[in-house]
Design a protein around this ligand. Sequence first.
Ligand SMILES: [Zn+2]
Length: 574
Amino acid sequence: MTDTILTASSIITMDDAHPRAEAIAFDSDTGLITVVGTVAQCREHAPGVAVTDLGGTVLMPGFIEAHSHPVLAGLLTQDPVHWIAPSNGYPTFADVAGLWHTIDKETSPGTPVVFYGLDRPTQGVAAPTAPSLDDHFPGRSAVVLDNSGHAVYFNSKVIDELGWPDGKPPADPPGARFGRNPDGTSNGIAYETAAILAVAVPTLQRVIANPLASAAAFVRLMAANGITATSDMAYADTLLPAYEALLSRPDAPIRISVYRSMTGPNAHDPVATSLSTALLQQQGVKMWADGSPFLGTLAASFPYASSAVVQQAGIPIGPGGVANMNWTRQQIDPILDHFAPTGLQVVTHINGDEALDIMLDAYEHALAVHHLLGTNHRWRIDHCGAARADQLQRAHSLGVVLSSAIYQVIYWGDLLDGQLFATDIGSQWAATGDAVRAGMRISFHNDGPLSPPIPLANVECAVTRRSVTGHVHGPQQIIDLEKALRGHTIDAAYGLRREKEIGSLAVGKYADLVELSTDPYEADPTKLVEQVAVHGTWLAGRRIDLDQFVQQVTGLDPASHPVDHGDVIATHSC
Ligand SMILES: [Zn+2]
């Protein structure tokens, strides 16, 4: 039964049929919207229910982030780990070194410290080694995780604690390796997941006493930025106790759609949980086609620029081409063949244009064989920094949808445009204008832990193409504010195949709301983040108290919701 009527200075519905409303009514038991319209219509529907006037607040549908890794992001970016990425306020290595100095001075002697987010190309620093980290942290163990997820740096105290005989690492695990000095001792670097886990997990276990609290802190950060739904794009069942603990709290602020790795075990098995599908929904499966533009591992037809940045990062000029594919077409076809009939949504991590060609070929083949062309399958291509207009047109014609890594333009735009790549490539990175011109409904993401989850920052970039320094990259890729807001509301819901439940304010959908200080349509587009503050969110008709949420999580016995540091870090493939 309708028990709540809200009115605000304006209500932006993101529903094409009725873009603005004066009031909204909902049933807080079911969490569903019952009226969107005028105050009089709400009163007529629910006589006797008081009208709550939110005053100058502007209401919108809660923001949706189409691609994230909330539990992983919590462990890596939230206290007690220190987040040293450029996107979190450390643009140069001098800024990082300054923090290191402060932390070493202010942390009690002997206490280990962990940092995440060292971004060598952007911050302009060579790979730290054990001796260089010893200079910063002479008396304590220090672990520094690379922003990419592909390397960890550590000091001599960590090597001692690992107990490697004579300081020599064991044999390299499959697909990973330990950095070694000429005499076979560790140089303080390890590469790829298995080696990173071996090095970092013992220190992480000592530093992060309550991983669940870290996860809650990241979910809190998302909600504080207006997000009410997201996904875990590298979900594994080892994360389920954490999600169950987080999402079953009374003030849980978020819904999660989960995607297991297509190439991992049991990807199509149902997720066995007592949570409602409204809160935790298994939507699809994920694969990783190629690597990262910041590591030289994207499958691209174009070379890197011969710049100082590229040289210092040790990136081969390339082009990297198909050699950077994680899978061959011969391997991809049977994988898609297996999942196409399951109805699960197929999502692929793609950065390079060659990777996109190969995946579109493979998608088209599988969709045709399984008679899915022309249906509402919505197989996704995610990130796609180097996608060209003709590729996006082709994707749209196949019914494929894009989630764009616009955040790369915000935080790495100056690097991509002219330093990593020639301007004709780098300025067009994350070609949202081309995607919209192709007719696509696009969504955005921050891919936590890769950048802070701030939807309005993505929207601001989409309508201005300005990086954090204010430089404009590829103005022909600007899209209008309506399309940009859709990328974090109704079109993000579409990308998660949840537009019948969330993404706009309409009768029968969940009353997931964000309260804004200012109407984004009336703000200066170049200052959206500054001028439009998030004052709160609602999930299923409940106004969320984020302090309560964190208390509800930290009040739990961690042993009843075990979160294994290693299991979480093992999912670090963004
Ligand atoms: Zn990701």
